[in-house]
Design a protein around this ligand. Structure first.
Ligand SMILES: [Zn+2]
Length: 162
């Protein structure tokens, strides 16, 4: 396992649509182990998508405080409900935070690390993190969703980065 450097804008890998994972083999398990270690390297990190460490595959890991890591392979949003204004940052856009609309709740489907189909119904921070990470898999960054340029500001110490 290794803590890997996080790719930041304008690295073109962040704008590429990722490929689906075919077989969950040793290389995918190693990728997930590295992603988990990279995520836990800093307590403020909530989620990571594979392109952020330079791998263009549909793999995300989310870790909420006091919760088990959520590993999602080939994740996609099955359903979005409602709308709410949130503040959001991104490890790949260091130093900034923006205001944008996210769903109130989402249902996400994909595979777990054993290849078993899973569905996750989420609200609150988990819902926001799932939308943010799945956006990464499609080459979308939160700054694309800002209401306007004024909705982006410099980060403050109490802000969290997804
Ligand atoms: Zn991000």
């Amino acid at each position: 396992m290794a803590v890997l450097p996080i790719r930041t804008v304008p690295d073109p890998i962040l704008r590429k649509k990722t490929k689906r994972v075919g077989v969950i083999d040793r290389s995918i398990k190693k990728l997930i182990a590295d992603m988990r270690e990279t995520l836990h390297a800093d307590a403020g990190r909530v989620g990571l998508a594979a392109p952020q460490i330079g791998v263009s595959l549909r793999v995300t890991v989310i870790c909420l405080p006091e919760e088990e890591d959520i590993i999602l392979i080939n994740g996609e949003i099955a359903r979005r409900k409602g709308q709410r204004l949130v503040s959001e940052g991104c490890l790949s856009i260091p130093g900034y935070i923006g205001e944008l609309y996210r769903a109130e709740s989402v249902t996400v489907k994909g595979l777990d690390i054993n290849g078993k189909e899973i569905r996750i119904k989420a609200e609150g921070l988990l819902s926001q993190a799932l939308e943010h990470e799945i956006d990464h898999l499609n080459g979308v960054l939160y700054v694309d969703r800002l209401e306007n340029a004024d909705a982006l500001r410099k980060i403050e110490p109490e802000d969290i980065e997804i």
